[in-house]
Design a protein around this ligand. Structure first.
Ligand code: PEP
Ligand code: MG
Length: 327
């Protein structure tokens, strides 16, 4: 298998019926970077910047942030990298950050973009580091846990201000700056077109989205496996995001754990996803699956299943059957 994956690495990521799929990797620390070349990923679809903060014993200084971001962009060369602004709070606690007190529901609490908008100094420092590191190159930045449009507007104001500040001091700026939002809070589902109109791209955080849609703590082992994301209702929801992206001409990726398992990746391709981001180790198995896939057939099957009036169909079993019939 490992040999097959290595062989596949330099082959195009295309289905049997000629549809190109972008397989990207998730990363968060400098140690992850060699895997970009080893896995043959098309880029870094999610760079979790909070990891640098989580492994440190105090807030990483601006210079340390800038160095990491520059190293990441250097390693990626001409492959795209999407940096997510710090997603702390919730399950990602910083022991040295006293701002977050005891919360009854940390997952629903003061976290991610909520926290960085309330402590704009954190976002300003990070943005300045990103803008400097990406001088002369493209910069892609993504906001976690967006709940309403105004958060995108506020973040953009802070970012624009940093851009103006740096250009006043004649810094070498990025050639282009793309701002994206993660879709992981259900409220965005009823303002999808507006959100897509306000950003350059979106990425579905299926881990949190599933947690919030099913009211199921993603870290609670007692509930692990109780509800299946490969189910009609959740796939209908994910399909709606992909379709709205198509309608509005917005690039949509998905970067949760679902992307990294061949059977769930199969479901994602079948409902319209053309770019997914996963752990580096998952790229080989997912690529092996998709190069054997006739996407047209799968799409028809998925649409038929999701458009049927009953929502209790066993989609997982159906996908396994589909996969083995085409082996
Ligand atoms: C997600 O929520 O799906 C996601 C990609 O982000 P994280 O797992 O870091 O919350
Ligand atoms: Mg998340």
């Amino acid at each position: 298998r490992q040999e097959l994956y290595r062989e596949l690495r330099d082959k195009p990521s295309v289905t049997r019926d000629g549809v190109h799929i972008d397989l990207m990797m998730n990363a968060g620390l400098a140690v992850d970077l060699p895997q970009l070349a080893e896995s043959g990923a098309a880029g870094i679809g999610l760079f979790r910047t909070e990891l640098q903060f989580m492994v440190a014993s105090t807030f990483p200084r601006a210079e340390a942030q800038e160095k990491l971001y520059r190293d990441v962009l250097d390693a990626a060369r001409d492959k795209p990298v999407t940096f997510r602004t710090i997603d702390i709070g919730g399950d990602k606690v910083l022991p040295y950050f006293k701002g977050v007190g005891q919360e009854e529901n940390p997952a629903l609490g003061w976290r991610a973009v909520r926290l960085t908008l309330d402590r704009p100094g954190l976002l300003r420092t990070q943005m300045r580091a990103l803008l400097k590191a990406a001088g002369g190159r493209e910069l892609r930045v993504m906001l976690p846990m967006v709940t309403e449009l105004s958060e995108i507007r506020q973040a953009r104001e802070i970012i624009d201000k940093e851009v103006r500040h740096l250009s006043r001091f004649a810094h070498h700026l990025p050639t282009s700056l793309k701002l994206g939002a993660m879709i992981e809070v259900p409220s965005l589902m009823w303002q999808l077109e507006e959100v897509m109109g306000a950003v350059d791209f979106v990425s579905v955080g299926s881990n949190d989205l599933f947690q919030f849609v099913t009211a199921t703590d993603r870290g609670n082992t007692q509930l692990a496996g109780r509800f299946d994301p490969i189910s009609v209702p959740f796939l209908r929801l994910l399909r709606q995001i992909a379709r709205t992206g198509e309608k509005t001409g917005t690039s949509v990726t998905l970067c949760g754990e679902l992307a990294g398992r061949p059977i769930s990746a199969l479901a994602l391709l079948g409902i319209g996803y053309r770019a997914i981001s996963m752990s580096a180790a998952a790229i080989g198995p997912v690529k092996a699956m998709l190069t054997e896939l006739t996407l047209g057939e799968l799409t028809a099957l998925m649409d038929e299943t999701l458009d049927a009036p009953t929502s209790d169909r066993d989609v997982r079993a159906m996908l396994h059957e589909f996969a083995s019939a085409h082996d």
